[in-house]
Design a protein around this ligand. Structure first.
Ligand code: SAM
Length: 251
């Protein structure tokens, strides 16, 4: 079967789901961009093995819907998200959640950071094929980029999905966020015990946990959590620690 030829928005209820869950509907241009993105990812996957999620409905739910649910445009108003002009996606992989975010916020500047050169090279071909001028790639490690003056405390919003455990994600993301900005950590399951360890880490990094949202995905009914960390004070210069240390010794 040729997956690329399958329309990802084939189910009539998908339009309703966007409306019901995000109080938002993609424009025809955005629908076309989503479809092209799907085709590019499926084609690229043959070469680079970028993602396991390639079936059309799976792609729609886990890559498009999930990416956008984290920054839910209207339904979930968090000051700082809607006005987010500078957004960084840390460990973007094949471009998620960053590319869908750049498609729905054309006036934002989205930086797609990953430490793997072949992923960054692949994303560059996607950006040029889709004509996405408001997104750019950055090859590097979050531990190093978070110490570079041109990136440190520069972003309004940092998003991070499926990169590491939660306190590592906090250490990668909060140093990059300006005071008053938000780090959004996408998670599957979440427990009270994780909550306590996160609280201690976030405090050391200059943030507070503003909101933890639990929701289920609309097609497969899988549980998801999004953690919203507000940056309230400057992150001490000792964070992020050197390459590999956050993972070896999480805060
Ligand atoms: N965020 C994407 C998603 O949800 O589909 C990709 C997740 S993939 C499992 C994790 C990605 O994080 C990989 O592409 C890896 O190269 C990148 N990564 C891991 N540690 C990193 C670090 N310290 N700095 C930058 N990128 C990192």
């Amino acid at each position: 079967m040729n997956l690329e030829s399958l329309p990802i928005a084939s189910l009539p209820e998908m339009g309703e789901i966007w409306q019901k869950t995000l109080n938002w509907q993609p424009t025809i241009w955005q629908e076309n961009q989503f479809q092209q993105l799907y085709q590019l990812i499926v084609a690229g996957n043959r070469q680079f093995n970028l993602t396991r999620i390639t079936e059309p409905e799976d792609f729609w739910e886990k890559h498009l819907w999930d990416s956008l649910r984290g920054i839910a445009p209207k339904q979930l108003f968090i000051p700082g998200i809607e006005q987010g002009k500078r957004i960084i996606d840390i460990g973007t992989g094949a471009g998620f959640p960053g590319i869908p975010i750049s498609l729905i916020f054309p006036s934002s500047q989205v930086t797609l950071l990953d430490s793997t050169g072949k992923k960054i090279a692949f994303i560059e071909t996607i950006l040029s094929t889709l004509g996405l001028n408001n997104a750019k790639t950055l090859l590097g490690r979050a531990e190093e980029v978070g110490q570079q003056y041109q990136h440190r405390q520069y972003y309004d919003v940092a998003v991070i999905r499926a990169v590491s455990n939660v306190s590592v994600c906090a250490e990668y993301s909060l140093p990059l966020v300006r005071k008053g900005g938000l780090a959004v950590i996408y998670r599957g399951t979440w427990t009270q015990a994780e909550n306590e360890s996160l609280e201690a880490a976030v405090e050391q990094l200059g943030g507070v946990i503003e909101l933890i949202e639990e929701f289920s995905t609309p097609l497969s009914n899988s549980i998801r959590h999004c953690l919203y960390l507000r940056k309230v004070t400057n992150t001490p210069i000792s964070f992020p620690r050197g390459v590999g240390i956050p993972n070896q010794k999480p805060i």
